[in-house]
Design a protein. Structure first.
Length: 322
């Protein structure tokens, strides 16, 4: 499939920077776009809808300036992640602001995107939906989404439990549109591998947390350098939805990673923030299985240059069975 996303020819790599709570602020998104990676952020990272509007103005302005100053470079568009769960009381207002700015890519999560699709597609934008199962994929396609983001085992934050090999193969049996693959991506060779598997783009989050522009503490970045896949805990304890977290951040918060359900003290085994001093959104840090391959904290530009070299070298690798 050639350029399944209309703006694919604006990217330096087949890569979307995943929207990450707290970590993805305008500084990271702008750096990703200017380096040729489609940068995204959750709308809820902005403290209000008014701040969201200010962020979009800034991202549009600074990427446009970089594009004008570097006509020979590929400067990527950007996207906004909308959480559609009923607990997000801003979802309608944030969607209206995104539509007013004609945001190129809207990523929908945790909810039904049926009302988002016509509003975004009316101005030529695209809607991609996060899914972790085939059932979720079919429901999203019934709502009219343009593409699917397969959040597979090993992805940071809220993630599914299916292997990317298994989920991608099943999705491709009935959907030939844009597919973005997530789950432990940390280098350019893996980007090439997912294309060979049948995906169109990678979805990389954890690797971008350990960059100079990510809006997280130095302590969190250092913890990532010291962690491996064995240090990632997969649990629904904190939000009710299974997600991957750094084990040491759980320990640091005074909790036992191996006894989370028992510590919750509720029949459902879900973290009750009203009964805890720990703020899950602040004190418990997400990371995917790819954390074990992270050994430095470069700028986004340096990281993307490295990913590009790795990707291009992988494209040229010969096969012993060709």
């Amino acid at each position: 499939m050639a350029n399944p996303i209309p703006f694919a020819d604006q990217l330096a790599l087949p890569l979307i920077g995943a929207p990450m709570f707290i970590a993805s602020y305008p500084e990271l998104v702008i750096a990703q776009c200017n380096a040729g990676v489609l940068g995204t952020f959750p709308s809820l990272n902005a403290r209000s809808t008014e701040v969201l509007d200010e962020w979009l103005v800034r991202i549009e302005s600074e990427t446009a300036e970089h594009r004008a100053a570097n006509p020979q470079r590929r400067v990527a568009p950007f996207g906004v992640n909308l959480i559609l769960h009923s607990s997000n009381t801003r979802r309608e207002e944030d969607l209206a602001v995104a539509v007013s700015h004609q945001v190129p890519l809207i990523i929908t999560s945790v909810g039904k995107p049926d009302r988002v699709c016509p509003a975004v597609q009316a101005y030529g934008g695209r809607v991609f939906h996060d899914i972790i199962t085939v059932v979720h994929a079919r429901k999203a396609l019934d709502c009219g989404v343009d593409g699917l983001i397969l959040v597979c085992a090993g992805a940071g934050g809220h993630a599914g439990g299916l292997s990317p090999f298994a989920l991608l193969a099943e999705i491709r049996e009935f959907f030939d549109g844009p597919v973005v693959l997530s789950g432990a991506l940390s280098n350019g060779r893996q980007l090439r591998a997912l294309e060979v598997m049948g995906a169109d783009y990678g979805y990389m989050g954890t690797r971008f947390i350990a960059t100079a522009e990510a809006n997280v503490s130095d302590e969190q970045k250092r913890m990532m350098l010291q962690s491996t896949a064995d240090d990632v805990v997969y649990t629904p304890f904190f939000t009710g939805i299974p997600a991957n977290y750094l084990r040491q951040s759980v320990v640091r918060a005074g909790l036992d990673p191996d006894r989370l359900d028992a510590l919750a003290g509720t029949p459902s085994g879900v973290f009750n923030p009203d009964e805890q001093k720990v703020k899950a959104w602040k004190d418990i840090w997400s990371a995917g299985h790819g954390v074990g391959a992270i050994h430095d904290i470069p700028s986004v530009a340096q990281l993307v240059a490295r990913l590009t070299d790795e990707y291009r070298n992988a494209v040229r690798l010969p096969s012993a069975f060709a």
